[in-house]
Write a protein that binds this ligand. Structure first.
Ligand code: SR1
Ligand code: MG
Length: 396
């Protein structure tokens, strides 16, 4: 690991991560600490510091001044570490059991020190190896409803909501999403990455003007609709889980955006996983898809009734209008995520990890068809069961 210096910023090494951990009032005095860099994401270093004697551990996450996935040629703001820590704390006010505890931060070093979750596994990895995660959709449905409702105009005084929207202004990370999810996959752009066997399917997508028009509308929603404090990157790699516990990590893309974005990203990543399965195993993931939406919408609805402050909250049809708009956005954003995870810059192991090339290409074509149909038909789908029916139809 090399050391990079930017002003007073210094990239951590195992040694300096241990030195930092020793200064925190966390481990017993004189503890013999060990450090391991365990980051497998696209952007940051993650050090796990452990004391084998006491069994205690913590995580030190450090943002790099560039995107790790591409290299130093792609500079990236360190401010995202502060955004991430503050989003964990803000969301933790509403769902303390569903996010890691933040112990300390250092803005100059772009560091967040937080709870060690190594008794859990990354949900994407677990799902790929067939884990059922019985509580996953209930927990994520509740996480989504609470964090999104409680940071919206439906729950907050307008001054507080706008203060938060300003605090969580995150232009550089939003630009990544604007480019990688909403723009580049729909054009012949150099960031795209796909196998030659997909070329004709991809070219058909680039030449599909009705699809591009709908993608443009969804991008406009993402750019302009500051509805709630989003996680901003809620794929299954941003979730730790086991049979009973779920923790949402990594909200460095947090900003004020459209409520359906977080829900759509999560559902899309479940849809990809379901596409790789058959029979009862596929049905188990399909149940998570349905349950996520049902738990989200019923919890959101309850919060609206019990805690909503909007003057029009009891006006007949308004809550239903809001939920219908969120649903349609969710489905459209899910479609964009499916397309970009298949042919854009950042892929997913669920698909890329399939070694048998014929099956991998067939599933990728299937996921592209599902993504396209979700974007185009999002306003015709009556409910979440209709989404599953569409996914099934496109999978034949
Ligand atoms: C350059 S970052 C590529 C992707 O990784 C992150 O996790 C986000 O999903 C982003 O789009
Ligand atoms: Mg991440």
């Amino acid at each position: 690991m090399t050391t990079t210096t930017v002003n007073s910023y210094k990239a951590l090494t195992d040694e300096s991560a241990i030195a930092l951990a020793q200064k925190l009032d966390f481990f017993p005095e004189g503890a013999k600490l060990e450090s391991r860099e365990i980051g497998d994401g696209n952007l940051n270093y993650v050090f796990r510091i452990t004391d084998s004697e006491s069994g205690k551990g913590l995580i030190i996450k450090q943002a790099l001044p560039y995107a790790k996935v591409v290299g130093e040629s792609w500079p990236l703001t360190l401010k995202r570490a502060t955004i991430e820590a503050n989003a964990l704390r803000k969301h933790g006010e509403f769902v303390p059991g569903l996010v890691p505890a933040v112990y300390a931060t250092d803005e100059e070093l772009a560091i967040t020190v937080m709870e060690d979750l190594s008794h859990l596994t990354i949900a994407r990895e677990g799902l790929i190896s067939g884990e059922a995660y019985p509580n996953l959709s209930k927990d994520i449905g509740e996480y989504l409803a609470h964090t999104l409702f409680q940071t919206s105009d439906f729950a907050l005084h307008p001054f507080e909501k706008k203060r938060l929207a300003a605090e969580f202004s995150n232009p550089e990370l939003c630009k990544i999403t604007e480019d990688l999810i909403f723009t580049d996959p729909f054009f012949d752009h150099e960031t795209n990455d796909f196998e030659p066997e997909l070329k004709s399917a991809v070219e058909a997508l680039w030449n599909n003007d009705p699809l591009k028009l709908e993608a443009a509308k969804l991008k406009k929603s993402f750019l302009t609709e500051a509805e709630a404090l989003l996680h901003g990157d809620l794929h299954t790699g941003s979730i730790f889980a086991n049979g009973t516990e779920t923790k949402v990590i990594d909200p460095e893309f947090a900003f004020y955006g459209p409520i359906g974005f977080d829900i759509g990203l999560f559902l899309a990543n479940l849809i990809v996983q379901a596409a790789t399965r058959k029979g009862e195993k596929q049905e188990a993931v399909n149940r998570h898809i349905v349950n996520t939406w049902e738990v989200f919408s019923s919890t959101f609805s309850k919060l609206w009734e019990e805690q909503g402050i909007e003057a029009f909250k009891d006006t007949a049809g308004y809550k239903e209008f809001v939920l219908e708009k969120i649903f349609q956005d969710t489905i459209g954003f899910a479609g964009c995520e499916l397309i970009r995870r298949t042919i854009g810059l950042a892929h997913v192991k669920d698909l890329d990890g399939i070694e048998e090339s014929e099956r991998r290409i067939r599933l990728k074509k299937q996921v592209l068809r599902i993504g396209e149909a979700l974007i185009l038909k999002r306003k015709e789908l009556a409910d979440i069961s209709a989404v599953l029916a569409l996914v099934e139809e496109q999978s034949r």
